[in-house]
Design a protein around this ligand. Structure first.
Ligand SMILES: [Zn+2]
Length: 629
């Protein structure tokens, strides 16, 4: 009896072992993996376009110093394709990693996990020709597309590698100038609903290069003049490739080509979750608490009173359900004591004879914050030079002498002495500014704006880079994204579907203007009828969302996960989030044409292609069920 049982248990173990080993053998051979069920992550593969060897700071490219031939001056800008792509992917909050072939080998395990499952749903190929690249085995890309079903989207003239051309089904000829308009040639998911003809934004005077290819085994869906400029191709593996042509410096100035890129991501992966900003405005006002209003003769005024703030700011903002984003200064330089003090406890008469009642101002600002019409942002710590002692010395100086030099009233670049502010000093001011604002207003600011735009620009002292390290999520006003992963300056596409429009609070972007012409503030709502004036933390939250997805093994259910960091995504603690959910035609057809959607397990509706996720930071899920139940 005992022996029989032992035998039975042994037999069961053997059976389980055999099944497990068959599963892993099949899996390793790529048979179980279904090339149509793709992960939600993009690999952005570049050449040597990233000028930060430490892979953190993404700046606008420097001018090359070369002549284009049109101008007597050197007028050739650096290649902006990588910068554009980084801004666009961040804007849409599509998860991506950057693979730089000047520092990395093209290893297949960049694209596969250790069980040989693809890590990326699609690869954006933006590899320039350069002698600075590591030796690349591009057959890895061929393997991913033709065997694992990974998508490939190639940009402009970054297709000089023969195996990339083979994957696209085109032969590259070269690029020559053309300002011909683009036209759609057929119906295709990638271009559905777009304008039938369009041009790139620099207009008819631009010198953009149109690429010429011979189409061998691809469909042309967009032409520029007679020349194919967007082509697509499908593989039995489930892999799909797209080439988007035109000039690598100019193509993304076109809304249509930006949309074509976003759609190409959807088409190659099969689905997409992204954010757009067609109707949103971020309105900003600087300076409450700034040092110069008490000392600088030409920028001299008493702060707004509680009553003024209520009447001229809070009331119109409430009426238009709008938010004003305010850059506050939390520390005040007490000249007599030669030390910092909290700004918002101050009540004094300045040397010009003006009464400064910051306590009254603070009551007004607090009220707007409580009502949700003001968003608190950081304008540094003091809005004045860190070193007020060294020559030519600000402390104790005369109103009509050193006091009246505007260079004193900047904090992150030494605009008085013509230098930079060291990194550690800046970092301390950024972190202390954040802490003092939190203490005084009860809110952690996520946007950092250097006073008077005085900044340091060398790599180690770079003000935007340091603000990213200090934990801010956006660099003001329009500088760009700050994160632990990367910092992107020179942000673009404001006022398009890719990014909200940023506008200055009337009349002059500062509380100074409001002290003179307060009634002008509300007229901004006439200039932008129907727009939604949002708090900047809403925008910052989306930029910092960490999204991913997984398929159930039977391929019937797809779960997209969003993860909202409680710091960067603090706006979502009390507000629902809204995302564009796009499912490609081929995926829908393959899954039977129908699906239902749940958000956090509850019923969810899709309105104008947007899905709403309930409020709360942390993890959320969108489940797309193709079973037809
Ligand atoms: Zn300022």
């Amino acid at each position: 009896m005992l022996n029989n049982r032992k035998h039975f248990i042994c037999l069961r173990i053997i059976v389980v072992c055999v099944i497990v080993s068959i599963y892993f053998n099949l899996s390793a051979a790529g048979i179980i993996y279904d090339g149509e069920l793709k992960p939600f992550r993009v690999a952005l593969v570049i050449g040597d376009q990233w000028d930060d060897p430490a892979s953190y700071l993404i700046n606008l490219p420097e001018p090359t110093g070369k002549y284009s031939g049109y101008d007597a001056r050197p007028d050739v800008q650096g290649a902006s394709d990588f910068h554009d792509l980084a801004v666009l992917l961040k804007s849409w909050a599509i998860p991506f990693d950057i693979i730089r072939l000047d520092q990395q080998l093209l290893d297949r395990y960049i694209f596969l996990d250790m069980h040989d499952n693809p890590v990326y749903g699609t690869i954006i190929w933006d590899v320039n020709e350069s002698k600075n690249l590591m030796p690349s085995d591009i057959s890895v890309i061929t393997e991913m597309v033709t065997e694992y079903g990974t998508g490939l989207i190639a940009i402009a003239d970054r297709i000089t590698q023969p195996s990339i051309q083979r994957l696209l089904g085109v032969k590259y000829i070269g690029g020559w100038e053309s300002n011909d308009p683009f036209s759609l040639t057929m119906n295709h998911f990638i271009i559905s609903g777009l304008k039938k003809t369009f041009t790139i934004e620099p207009g008819p005077e631009n010198h953009a290069k149109r690429q010429q290819v011979e189409v061998l085994d691809a469909l042309t869906i967009v032409r520029q003049g007679e020349y194919p400029q967007v082509t697509v191709r499908e593989f039995p593996s489930g892999g799909r490739s797209v080439w988007i042509g035109n000039d690598h410096n100019n193509l993304f100035t076109s809304q249509e080509l930006r949309t074509i890129l976003c759609r190409s991501i959807t088409w190659t992966i099969g689905y997409n979750l992204f954010r757009t900003w067609e109707n949103e405005i971020v309105m900003i006002m600087d300076d409450p608490g700034g040092a110069q209003n008490a000392w600088l003769k030409h920028w001299h005024y008493a702060p707004l009173s509680e009553q003024d703030i209520e009447k001229y700011l809070i009331a119109p903002l409430q009426k238009h359900k709008a938010v004003l984003n305010i850059n506050f200064v939390p520390a005040f330089v007490n000249d007599e004591k030669k030390r910092l003090e909290p700004t918002w406890n101050q009540k004094f008469t300045d040397e010009f004879g003006l009464e400064h009642d910051n306590i009254s101002s603070k009551r007004g600002y607090d009220k707007g914050i409580r009502l949700g019409v003001f968003e608190v942002m950081a304008h540094g710590l003091t809005h004045i030079q860190p070193d007020l002692v060294s020559d030519p010395t600000w402390y104790g100086s005369e109103l009509e002498k050193e006091r009246s030099e505007v260079g004193w009233y900047r904090e992150f670049g030494d605009t008085r002495r013509g230098g930079e502010i060291p990194a550690a000093e800046q970092l301390w001011r950024m972190k202390t500014g954040m802490a003092w604002i939190k203490e005084q207003f009860g809110v952690t600011p996520l946007q950092f704006c250097a006073g008077g735009l005085g900044t340091s620009v060398s790599y180690f002292n770079n003000t935007a880079k340091l603000a990213g390290q200090a934990g801010y999520g956006w660099c003001g006003w329009e500088t760009g994204y700050l994160g632990k992963d990367v910092v992107i300056t020179g942000w673009k596409f404001f006022g398009t579907r890719e990014s909200p429009l940023f506008v200055a609070a009337l009349p002059d972007a500062h509380d100074y203007g409001l002290t003179r012409e307060p009634e002008k503030f509300a007229s901004i709502f006439k200039d932008y009828p129907g727009k939604r004036f949002i708090g900047i933390n809403e925008f910052i939250g989306y930029l910092h969302a960490e999204n991913s997805a997984k398929w159930e093994a039977d391929g019937k259910r797809l779960t997209i996960m969003t993860e909202y960091d409680p710091h960067y995504c603090m706006d979502f603690a009390g507000n629902p989030t809204h995302w564009n959910l796009e499912i490609s035609d081929w995926l829908l057809a393959e899954k039977g044409g129908k699906y239902s959607v749940k958000a956090d397990g509850g019923k969810a509706e899709i309105r104008n292609s947007m899905i709403t996720i309930p409020e709360g930071t942390g993890k959320h899920s969108i489940t797309i069920d193709f079973t037809g139940l």
